[in-house]
Write a new protein. Sequence first.
Length: 356
Amino acid sequence: MEKRGNVLKKWTGALQVAAVYVGTVIGAGFATGREIVEFFTQYRFWGIISILIVGYLFIFLGTKIMLKAIHIQATSFEQFNVYLFGNILSKIMNAFMMIMLLGVCAVMLSGAEALFTEQLGFSYTIGSIVTISLSLFVMAVGVKGLFAVNTFVVPMLIIFNFILLFNSIRSNEIFTSLLHIPEGLISIKAIISAFSYAAFNLALAQAVLVPIAVEINDKAIVKLGGFIGGSLLTIILFSSHIILSSLPNPILFDIPMAIIVKGAASGIYFIYLLIIYGEIFTSLIGNMYGLERQIHRYVPIGSFWIHGGIIILVYIISRVNYGELLSILYPFFGYVSLIFLFILWMKPLSSNEKSG
């Protein structure tokens, strides 16, 4: 009876870790489909190979982050970066993390504007006003209720993803598009894209994976949770890649997933738009709070002024078109994050860290 209880505890904890892992990586760029097009779908067949590489990295290195965090008992990603890079280089990495958070916030706001413009026919200004007003309100009231929305939004996003997948695979043309092998050096670009995508997401995810691993403090649970979470992310990436391959030129759209939903499942179109907006908004607020906490460590002023400064900077950066902004910032962040990926990969796991 006690053994059964331990097994249940292990699986319950592992599923919680997996849910947090998946929820952290599935951001607004993922929900809109633009991020997947940028890193995978534009490479067609080679995108499949890239996703398999990313899946391995998510399982192996995501789990490694958590095992290392437990081993050194890191309470924050700053401490984890000190362990990886040393005292001096870790300060540079932490500063880069702040730049990444600011850039991701700008992409989120630009994505919200694109949704209002491309899908609802409103102006960018209305999208900005609605999103910024809601952001200010939530930051004044608190985010506990908002983060709870993710427990609804992420599962719904996954359910809708599989509904679209079943609609897509009915057509034989989808497989012709999916298995098309582009000419030139696309294969090399696709492989580099896979590593940069994994590096970017793992560098950001460590802010969540490190504290949750230490809080659970059980190697067996985080190993199973890392495997489940990484596997789920691989499956969702692959299904999204298949869905987006049904569009002749998905790179032309800011929110390609919504275009597909509108054509294949118009009955759930507005519900899906609401889910996408919910994912954009929760990502925006979560990153803004993470950025505010970082800035507050170095600049001891009131949160109101920090939030105000962040919103102004985010608004200025987000004047760039959503698709262009994502295609510039995300790959750039990915390439710089390759340093994090390489050093993490090279850090060996001791037998003590592996046990459990």
